[in-house]
Design a protein. Sequence first.
Length: 386
Amino acid sequence: MPGRRQFVKKYLAGAGLAVLGRDAVAEFVLGQEEPGLGVGFRNDAPGALDAYSREAEWGEARAGGLVQCVLCPHACILGENDRGFCRTRVVKNGRLHTVAYGNLCSLAVDPIEKKPLYHFLPGTPIVSVAIGGCNLRCLNCQNWEISQARPADVHGRDAAPGGLAGQTAQSGAPSLAFTYSEPLVWWEYVRDTAREARALGVRSVLVTAGYVNPAPLRELCRVTDAVTLDVKAFREPFYREVSGGRLSPVLRTLEILREEGVWLEASFLLVPGLSDSPEEIGRFAKWAVEHLGADVPFHLLRFHPAHRLAHLPPTSVPRMDEARARARDAGLKYVYLGNVPGHESAHTACPSCGRRVLEREGLTLRRSALVDGRCPCGAPIAGVFA
């Protein structure tokens, strides 16, 4: 007879309890130490696979005809015709498939500072694309119309990996961003497109929440040049209750990106009453200095009411100033405030002499004093500037 956990997981995969929160599953059924959510959407796969489908990697066969996705920490266990929690992975004919392969819902050209990336090719344009789907359920999501949708339901244009890479190169933009929703759940498309882009001299950027397992992350690092990672909070309860995930895998993602040599910048949204505590920011900044280094740029972002937290006010600027002071006191050299037009923190100052070496107006780079990545005083400025 199968063990209790195996029975419950198989039952949940077949019963379609897709809307259960992590706490409901973990506390009442599986136990708090359970590492993955393990459930998806029952019988929600398309009737037939189409041109935007590929056999997915990171799937493992389980007893009883089930398939477990091991791309992210949710570890969804799915039966035939089930769809994963991220909405991008389905089981057809006993195998795991991605249905997020080239069916873009958004394509735009942005200033790279919008990602936000302030120390990676500043002042350059970046082609930005998205596909529907996400493996978190953030109550404050600004892009919930696409992140909480099946890829087929928001599909707007086609873009094969080689075609997108070629168009980006022809546009003159030096980099391509996978952004707006969660690119890690379109893993196969991102990997293949980034390979094509690298062959054409185009760099690849991920704007991500970092909720992924180590093995697929390390493989993606081979073709990724820069990452902006959105840390939701520095408390596990926030991740469970507001984002539907866990903090610890995200911290491991940050460490792996640093280990793999990918340029990294971190962002942190200050949600009033939930994640705007200066003390919490100070604790994260201290962790970042110890595990990532004092040179990692840190973007504190102002919250604007959205989605299921539309009743909350915007973050107060004095609160953000206090949080920035805590982060700098913890040892981070480059701390910026986002969504606060005209704030002096938009500029990059040399940690050695204090001189402004990059001056910005909004998301526009107005002046650079860098010489081969150094301040005129000779001190190096962390980043990728060539």
